[in-house]
Structure formats: C-alpha cells, structure tokens
Write a protein that binds this ligand. Structure first.
Ligand code: FPP
Length: 249
C-alpha cells in the first residue's frame, strides 16, 4: 500500500493513496482577501488563484485522483465589477490556451458545468474545442464550473425532463434520482466524495447542491491562493478518518 508523507511537522496524518476519494470538489474562495492583505487589486488574487488551481490539478493527477471539480465562476458572480468579471474570464482563456498541450500529454478530460452562452464567442469555441479534444482521453477528469449555480442546474434539468415528457419521450412517474442525474451537467460522473472550501467560509454557496447530498465537507481558513498540496493532503487525511454511513448505521 502506497503512502505519501505530508511535509508537515511530525505527527501530521498520512494519506493512504489506495483509499483516495474518487471525486474531490473545491470552492476556490478567498482570492479577493488574499490580494487585499497584500495591498493588491482583487484581480491579482484571481491570477494567483488560477496558479493554485494549476498546481492542485497537477498534484491531483500525480496522486491518481479520478475526478476534480472546481468552482471558478458562479451565476451570482456577474454582480461583481466588470473589470473583475473580465479578469476571471480572461484567466479561464489563458489557462485553457496554456493547458491544451499538457492535457494532451496527460490525457486529461475537461468538462464545463454551467451555462457558457454569455461568454465571448472565441472563449466558447475554445471551451468546446478542449471539451471535444479530451472526450477520447482516459486520464483524470477536471470539471470547471463556470457561470454555474446548483439551483440553476436543477432548474435546467427539470425543464429538460419536462420537455421530454411533453414530447412523449418520458413519463413523469418513471423519474428516478438516477434518471434525473442524467439531465445534470454532471451526467455520468460519480458524486463528489469530498467538498473542500478554503477561506474560512462555512457554507455551500449554490455549489453542486444535488451531487453533494452525501459528500464529506472539509473547511479550512487558508485562502485559496495559499492552498498547497500539503493542505490538500490534510483534507484527504481528514476525509480518510471519516466514517461514511450514507444514512445507515
Ligand atoms: C472566489 O474568491 C473566487 C472566484 C469568484 C473566482 C475564482 C477564479 C479563479 C481561481 C481563476 C480562474 C479559474 C480557472 C479555472 C483558471 P473571492 O473573489 O470571492 O474572494 P474573497 O471572498 O476573498 O473576496
């Protein structure tokens, strides 16, 4: 059995690589505060956050995680100043352009959760292309939630099911949890086992509401740009110490 030793002071928990969660989801929070503490504009916090995302995604791939889902932009984030919204959209584009080669090399699958229609045409095409290229790959799957909201996702799914019923393709009484899951952005992907929220906030903020029904949650005060592989190992070790009962005893 393989273990990784966190580079932590003695006594820190170890992570059993044979018992990793299949799917880890992260709310990348605290970029603004990280920047403020350094007297930098919030956009600098997002740039640092995008680097952290790259580091953490690479680490997850290295340890053999199957699915990583990150919350990059919520349906509520449009309320932010235009400059900040543009910066986040720009970072997504930069990240995709810089990652295509690596994704090919590591056979990373990329999927987007959210409504991409309001994005600039060029970025939409880039998202579509990276998604298409990676469909045939078999490496770690990264899901980027962009213009994503958990309630919005459920509403979209309910509408799609209702439309299928109206078209005579489905009947309301045949709807099961499993079938409903097939209408969500996450269709075909196992539910997250572990949801991590850094930055000291202890709430779900409309993230994977349906999918996280039985997830374990891990909260830390560390701000996202400071979130390191060591922090992730702490979260994984905490997860491995949990007793998941799914409503049983
Ligand atoms: C939350 O921190 C963070 C966001 C709303 C944006 C996250 C975006 C990135 C990490 C970069 C782009 C993404 C990719 C996939 C490359 P906050 O701004 O709410 O921080 P605060 O709570 O401290 O103000």
């Amino acid at each position: 059995m393989a273990f990784i030793k966190p580079t932590q002071p003695k006594g820190e928990p170890e992570v059993d690589l044979g018992r990793l969660p299949r799917h880890v989801a992260i709310i990348m929070d605290g970029n603004g505060r990280w920047a403020k503490r350094r007297g930098l504009p919030r956009t600098a916090g997002h740039a640092a956050g995008a680097e952290t995302f790259r580091t953490i995604a690479t680490y997850c791939k290295d340890i053999g995680l199957e699915y990583l889902t990150v919350y990059a932009f919520s349906t509520e984030n449009w309320k932010r100043p235009l400059e900040e919204v543009s910066a986040i959209v720009g970072l997504l584009k930069k990240y995709l352009l810089e990652s295509i080669e690596k994704m090919e090399r590591d056979r990373i699958r990329l999927r987007f959760f959210g409504d991409l229609t309001p994005l600039p045409q060029e970025l939409k095409e880039l998202c579509g292309r990276t998604n298409e290229i990676s469909k045939g790959y078999d490496g770690m799957q990264v899901n980027v939630c962009f213009n994503y909201g958990g309630r919005d996702e459920i509403i979209q799914a309910a509408r799609a099911f209702a439309a299928a019923c109206a078209a005579g393709e489905r009947r309301p009484e045949e709807l099961t949890e499993e079938m409903f899951g097939g209408y969500l952005y996450s269709a075909g992907i196992p539910d997250p086992d572990l949801v991590i929220r850094p930055s000291g906030e202890v709430r779900i903020s409309n993230f994977l509401l349906w999918q996280s029904a039985y997830a374990e949650f891990y909260f830390t005060d560390v701000l996202w740009p400071d979130f390191s592989p060591e922090e992730l190992r702490r979260a994984l070790a905490a997860y491995q110490g949990r007793d998941r009962r799914y409503g049983g005893v």
